[in-house]
Design a binder for this molecule. Structure first.
Ligand SMILES: C[S@@+](CC[C@H](N)C(=O)[O-])C[C@H]1O[C@@H](n2cnc3c(N)ncnc32)[C@H](O)[C@@H]1O
Length: 282
């Protein structure tokens, strides 16, 4: 079994390296793509003026700004992230907002003010802890008794058509490796609702509720662009990793054929993304 400290360190390195590059370079594009998720998790959080909200793994700060509007001048939003480049961009976007603090730190270890937060909020920022029970128990200490959790996490990879469709398209061309990362930190680590419920209750939260939410995940401005990206990134990209160019070309053609029915009149391709909206109390 991999040591939780090593797993955490790997994530820290990733989010200060290649993981951050894409999110910083494509901040506007990512915020546009994930706007439906923001709206859904913000509605779930039902934040009120004057409340104190922790935005865990706040990244480049899109949800911090929306939360700051919701809590108003008498409230406070603390956005926390391990990624120096991402928190740097969040700070410049939040300049002049007196009710926002942006903190560089590991949510599993940061010395939060105990019993201070009304809401623990996150859009896709809580799936990367080496020791998730320890991390959630630590974050719970920062909350007022009865404080609310409102988080968006991805459902399992294969429940997401935007992952499944290109992966199935290349399955006839290359061998798809068995998933070896079940239970390890990563994008889809909180897909299994039973596992998440165990983590959260072991950390002292109430049994969480899971509301499924789907939205059109944008994949590219054309079928060609979407197919090219899917052949380079994500599960399908990893499956094609070291293949020769002719195999990759065949895979791109197969993905293009699978994506074509999902293009709109302008050629733009989107496929359903499947998310859990998680609620619980501290
Ligand atoms: C998928 S990104 C989501 C960013 C942002 N919430 C959004 O929706 O745009 C995941 C974020 O979690 C952050 N993260 C990962 N592990 C973390 C940890 N242990 N403590 C704080 N932030 C962490 C990453 O640096 C990254 O910004």
């Amino acid at each position: 079994m991999t040591d939780p400290t090593d797993l955490n360190a790997q994530q820290l390195a990733y989010w200060n390296g290649s993981g951050a590059e894409m999110w910083v370079a494509r901040q506007q594009q990512m915020d546009n793509a994930l706007a439906p998720v923001s709206r859904a998790v913000l509605a779930h959080a039902a934040v009120k003026p004057g409340e104190v909200v922790l935005d865990i793994g706040c990244g480049t700060g899109g949800t911090v700004l929306a939360l700051a509007d919701a809590v108003g001048p008498s409230g406070r939003v603390i956005g926390l992230d391990v990624s120096a480049p991402m928190i740097g961009l969040a700070r410049s976007r939040a300049e002049g907002r007196a009710n926002v603090s942006l903190v560089l730190g590991d949510a599993a270890a940061h010395p939060f003010e105990p019993g201070s937060a009304d809401v623990l909020f996150s859009r896709f920022g809580v799936m990367f802890f080496g020791d998730p029970v320890g991390a959630f128990a630590h974050m719970r200490q920062a909350m007022k008794p009865g404080g609310r959790v409102a988080m968006a996490v991805w459902q399992p990879a294969l429940a997401n058509a935007w992952v499944r469709t290109p992966l199935h398209a290349v399955a006839g061309i290359v061998a798809i490796p068995e998933a070896t990362d079940v239970g390890l930190p990563g994008q889809f680590a909180f897909g299994d609702a039973n596992r998440v419920a165990q983590i959260m209750t072991a950390a002292g939260f109430s049994p969480p509720s899971f509301t499924p939410f789907t939205f059109p995940m944008p994949l590219g401005r054309s079928v060609d662009e979407a197919a090219q990206r899917a052949s380079e990134f994500g599960a399908s990209g990893r499956a094609l990793g070291a293949q020769p160019e002719d195999v990759k070309a065949a895979a791109v053609a197969a993905i293009r054929a699978a994506f074509a029915p999902h293009a709109n009149a302008e050629g733009f391709v989107a496929l359903p993304g499947a998310v859990w909206l998680i609620s619980a109390t501290a």
